[in-house]
Write a protein that binds this ligand. Structure first.
Ligand SMILES: Nc1ncnc2c1ncn2[C@@H]1O[C@H](COP(=O)(O)OP(=O)(O)O)[C@@H](O)[C@H]1O
Ligand SMILES: [Mg+2]
Length: 301
């Protein structure tokens, strides 16, 4: 047996997360790796050279596994960044930070030859650019760069539509506008999970009749869906160029350009919920095994 290793973990508890956390802990224990659970950086304090949580110096841990979607405050992210300087983190702060931002992610994907919807980022005063773009594209989607669950996405279908929207956007005191060409697709997507460069599982989501967004929060529903090799390879490449150890890659098929495109890369993709498992989504164990294996490897001394 090697030297004793200890990691910190912060994993979401809802939607079956608690049971997943227990399984991960147990499997790590079998490899002689201790897990300190529920390490919420919200309750940590930086004291000179240490980041302390519950009397434990997190900077002395062998690794920190942060997997709690949607609950990150500026303070938590700030400490995430600091901790990442001294111990391995999953995901790394760089990957976490990148995938939290839709523009930065699209930029990196495009740089690496991965197709995304056409997009523009322009200064908030550059409304001329928005006007040129809506003329060129016909339809576009305004997206908050840090959003989730389809919240705040606004479809702009004409120049008149844009004129109507501008006062609202101006009121929001944004620094920039991020817009994407509205992609003609069949209102379904592929969510492909990748861990440590390996394909874990895939499911589909379908927008409800009244919405163009596939998000569950926008009324979308999950269905069983097999990916093809091309989809898997795009997802692997997207995870890799984002430096994401764990990634959920959202892919749609562009009906006009007849190709798959990456909509976004999620750094904290949820495990299948108990209801989804009943539907037949059975990738959780594989995902757990790959995560455990990766933690083992990254903490080997
Ligand atoms: N450029 C686009 N063209 C058409 N539909 C889009 C486009 N971008 C997003 N959507 C739809 O909106 C949903 C949410 O967009 P996404 O970029 O994944 O943001 P979120 O982080 O809110 O999920 C997608 O799942 C897709 O159904
Ligand atoms: Mg999405």
């Amino acid at each position: 047996m090697g030297k004793k290793r200890t990691i910190g973990m912060w994993l979401y508890q809802n939607g079956g997360g608690e049971a997943i956390g227990k399984k991960i802990k147990k499997k790590l224990k079998e490899r002689n790796i201790e897990t300190i659970d529920n390490v919420n950086l919200r309750h940590a304090t930086a004291k000179n050279g240490n980041i302390v949580h519950n009397g434990i110096k997190l900077n002395k841990l062998d690794l920190f596994f942060s997997y709690n979607a949607g609950e990150q405050t500026q303070y938590q992210v700030y400490l995430y960044q600091a901790l990442n300087r001294v111990i391995p983190m999953i995901n790394s702060y760089e990957a976490f930070n990148l995938t939290e931002d839709k523009f930065q992610t699209s930029f990196v994907l495009r740089q690496n030859g991965i197709m995304t919807p056409d997009y523009r980022l322009c200064h908030r005063d550059d409304t001329d650019e928005l006007r040129r773009i809506i003329k060129k594209w016909d339809k576009m989607v305004y997206k908050p760069t840090d959003g989730w669950g389809g919240v705040g996405l606004t479809k702009i279908e004409s120049e008149a539509n844009l004129d109507m929207l501008m006062p609202f956007l101006n009121q929001m005191d944004l620094r920039y506008f991020y817009v994407e060409r509205f992609v003609k697709y069949d209102n379904t997507d592929f969510r492909v999970d990748i861990v440590d460069g390996e394909f874990v599982g895939c499911y589909g989501r379908k927008a409800s009749g009244t919405d163009w967004r596939t998000n569950i929060t926008s009324g979308g529903s999950v269905f069983m869906r097999e990916p093809n090799d091309e989809i898997i390879s795009i997802a692997k490449k997207a995870a890799k160029v984002c430096g994401a150890d764990i990634a959920g890659v959202d892919i749609i098929y562009d009906l006009e350009k007849e190709r798959y495109i990456v909509l976004e890369v999620n750094g904290i993709p949820a495990f299948a919920t108990p209801e989804q498992e009943k539907m037949g989504l059975d990738f959780n164990d594989k995902k757990i095994d790959l995560i455990v294996e990766m933690i083992d490897r990254k903490t080997k001394k």
